[in-house]
Write a protein that binds this ligand. Structure first.
Ligand code: B12
Length: 302
């Protein structure tokens, strides 16, 4: 198993059995036994030593229900002085909110990575702790000048945390179908499209996130270029001109040529979607992940 390339940052791509054993608090001999049994994939160096790709280590830890005690040994985010290994998912929203309120970017990154390592799905991480914590930030601070500052800072922290999460997702197979998408025209919100990219990547797609405020013509151009099986578009606020938006969606659906167009976001609720078997309204990131998995699975339309 590969891990995503870690562009522009120092990276740990492989670890020794000893290091992984220390990181997850088991004996080196247990670890070597698991590699011998094939439960954990190891490669051999030119000198014959075992080495384990960090992506494979992450997969193994999640599947085996183990916990990473020292994430920094695997090059994963770690909060200053604390480990989240003992925490459970029920308090995730509160902990993320505390990190967002106190400018704790490292805490937030560490929390999101630990949740994933402990088995939480990216869809759940987006729909529950991140969405709920941001909802609370919005309620707590409303939109005075200070509130806007906090919302921008909280958004940036969540971007960093999702970026960290994307680094440890399994890389898609070489023949993976492509998915792409972005925020609708005029959309300032950057997180929904990044969330969609994250969950669709975990579902086995090669993804291209075009980001917020993506004009329909740019999406059309990208569709021509990448020939994706799946396109998402996020409406956090209703479009200013709904009729134009629906015409745009119909053009995207036509251009897809057998692929699927997923429309989501708070602002898409009242939007009359063009009738087309290619167009789907999906409300949450967990549902989007399930939909994408259906497409990318063998026998799916992907
Ligand atoms: C951060 C933030 C900002 C930042 C955005 C920074 C950025 N570049 O992203 C800034 C400061 C710029 C901002 C500005 C404004 N904001 Co603001 N903002 C927020 C805040 C706190 C978080 C938004 C966010 O990113 N949430 C995380 C996302 C991912 O959650 P979500 O949108 O709920 O999405 C979930 C689902 O809908 C779904 N989903 C979303 N998209 C998609 C797409 C697909 C394909 C699928 C399948 C699913 C899906 O999955 C997500 C995860 O579960 C919210 C509070 C809140 N309740 O969300 C207010 C909030 C959205 N803002 C609000 C307002 C009023 C504004 C302003 C009008 C303020 C002003 N007076 O200027 C402006 C308008 C900006 C504009 N032009 O649209 C209101 C909206 C009220 C309403 N009913 O419309 C909110 C709800 C705050 C509040 N309680 O009043 N905001």
């Amino acid at each position: 198993m590969k891990i995503h390339k870690r562009a522009n940052r120092s990276s740990i791509e492989y670890v020794s059995p000893k290091l992984l054993a220390t990181a997850i608090g088991v004996s080196e001999s247990s670890l070597k036994r698991w590699t011998d049994e094939g439960r954990l994939e190891a490669e051999r160096t030119a000198g014959g030593h075992r080495r384990i790709a960090v992506g494979e280590a992450v997969r193994f830890v999640r599947n085996a229900g183990l916990r990473v005690i020292r994430p920094e040994l695997l090059g994963l985010a770690r909060a200053s002085g604390t480990s989240h290994a003992q925490d459970d998912r029920e308090t995730a929203t509160e902990r993320l909110l505390a990190a967002l309120e106190s400018d704790g970017a490292a805490e937030a990154r560490s929390l999101i990575v630990s949740l994933y390592m402990e088995g939480a799905s990216p869809g759940w991480i987006c729909d529950v702790p991140i969405r709920q914590a941001l909802e609370r930030i919005g309620e707590l601070w409303e939109h005075g000048a200070g509130g806007i500052f906090l919302e921008h800072r909280a958004t940036e922290t969540c971007l960093q945390a999702l970026g960290e999460l994307r680094l440890i997702l399994p890389a898609p197979p070489g023949d993976a179908p492509v998915a792409l998408g972005g925020g609708s025209e005029g959309e300032v919100y950057v997180l929904p499209s990044l969330m969609a990219a994250t969950v669709v990547a975990e579902a086995g797609f090669e993804v291209r996130n075009l980001g917020a405020d993506t004009p329909t013509v740019a999406l059309l151009e990208a569709i021509r270029h990448y020939e994706p099986q799946l396109v998402w578009i996020s409406y956090s606020v209703p479009p200013r001109n709904p009729r134009e938006a629906v015409t745009g969606l119909a053009r995207l659906a036509d251009a897809l040529n057998g692929g699927s167009l997923v429309v989501g976001g708070r602002g898409s609720d009242g939007l009359p979607l063009p009738w087309s078997p290619a167009v789907h309204r999906i409300e949450t990131m967990s549902e989007l992940a399930a939909f994408a998995r259906g497409l990318s699975a063998p026998g799916g339309r992907g």
